[in-house]
Ligand binder design. Sequence first.
Ligand SMILES: [Zn+2]
Ligand SMILES: [Zn+2]
Ligand SMILES: [Zn+2]
Length: 245
Amino acid sequence: MLRRILLLLLLIVPALAASEKCAFCRHDGGQYPLREVDYATGSQWVCQRCLDKLSRCSVCRLATDRKLYRDGRTLCASCLKLNLANQAQAESLYNKVVKFVDGLLGDRVKPLPPVRICDDDELQTRFIEGGRAMQVAGFYQPYNPEQIYIRSYETLVEAGGTLAHEYTHAWQSRHAVQQDRALKEGFANWVEYHYLVSIGEPGRAASLTQSSDPDYGASLQRLLELERKSGKAAVIKLGRTGTKI
Ligand SMILES: [Zn+2]
Ligand SMILES: [Zn+2]
Ligand SMILES: [Zn+2]
């Protein structure tokens, strides 16, 4: 019996290997070698020609043959399927993030500013209206109305991290004194860092320390150093009552 199964496997496995086709052009690897590409929905075979020719997803940077999304981004099938897609998902993720941040900082933000998901074009327009000029994945609007914006189709990890950061700005508006940009952004990044660690993403958390903007990256490094020496409570005290790092 066992021998029969083994024999069957010997026949089937090479047949399966031979039937691999490019997910986009359906050609086998005869002309162009097939590469295995790790989409979040699972790995797919893609031929070298398609890899060279196709556009890249704006979110995961992997090859896709999708037409432009309505806001001008290129989004692959995998990101469209798995990432933050609608207002209900944004609210459910936001509630989890708020719970984590409230637990870490020990103070709630009342009333809780609502979260709003929007496409990239709307997000950037609103952000620029607020007098700022950089590309963002989300931001905190302090008034008219107080609200947190989050960009659609971010991964749940990225979106959660962004929400933790922006919610911290809302917290600062209630519980912190006036502070310089380095402490404000460094502290928001410190909260984002701990959120990412809490969901099992220490690598993504560590990458925050490498931000090229020193108010984000270098500030976070200094707050983590303070945490190692004096504990979380010392960092939170600085975030509440300090005016600079
Ligand atoms: Zn192909
Ligand atoms: Zn993608
Ligand atoms: Zn910020």
